[in-house]
Design a protein. Sequence first.
Length: 306
Amino acid sequence: MRKSVIIGSRGSRLALVQAESILAQLREANPHLKLSISKIATEGDKNRHLPLGQMAGVGIFVKELETALLDGRIDIAVHSLKDMPTEVGEGLSLAAVTSRLDPRDVLVSRAGKLAELAPGLRIGTSSLRRAAQLVAYRPDLKVCSLRGNVNTRLQKALSGELDGVILAAAALIRLGWEDRISEYLPLEHFLPPAGQGALGIEIRADDEETGGLVSSLNHPPTRQSVNAERTFIGVLGGGCHAPIGALGTVNDNALNLTGMVADVDDKKALHASEEGDSRDPKQVGIRLAQKMLEMGAAKIIAGGLK
């Protein structure tokens, strides 16, 4: 029987809060285990100046954690699921997906709600998807590229350096900063990236013992939803930083999946939905992707990633 488990995490305050929540759940269920957290810097953490859309490759917040898993330096990697590539690396397994918190994006601003902001005000975001949806909704606002951890980005708005920033609701909820939220942005205009609000628990594919330990963390309705979302993104050929959004919701055995592809140049966004059996979420994702490809999504994605 295993006596110790090392949990790998990025070193940001949010990432450590997430890893500590997983550690606490594992400790409660397995009091005999020695549990610890190992902080690992990723490429995305090291390079905080280049916009995310301009950084090469996929998994810039994930790769180093996966390498540590394969090397045996850690036993579990805790990721924000939205940062994970749609294809899990060879020799690895996405062993659990946690119950999702609020998947919406939010605005933090001292100037009011998004619809009320004066033309020309500056709104910061680190996401091409958020920027494209903001331009489609409020083309009269100025989008400012923004990097850094959640606290750094938050302070840009609270200090007045920017007029507002768009962040993930789940990040502020996990950090206990819900009182800083000015507005939860409507899903019809701001669809989140695949997996936003959920954590992905990754292990070595052949590590059955650890797989058993983390199985209790898996939340089936969330996993079904994000499986559909990630399949949709994968079929479209967009990475986690492409101007694509997706959100699945499960009700009994019914899965509804909504997708969005933003056109940065034309300042508009395509939306479509698909329904199906929650027990076969990948098929729902495939059907929605095919529907949006017929609507011209591939051309929009290629243009948005130039």
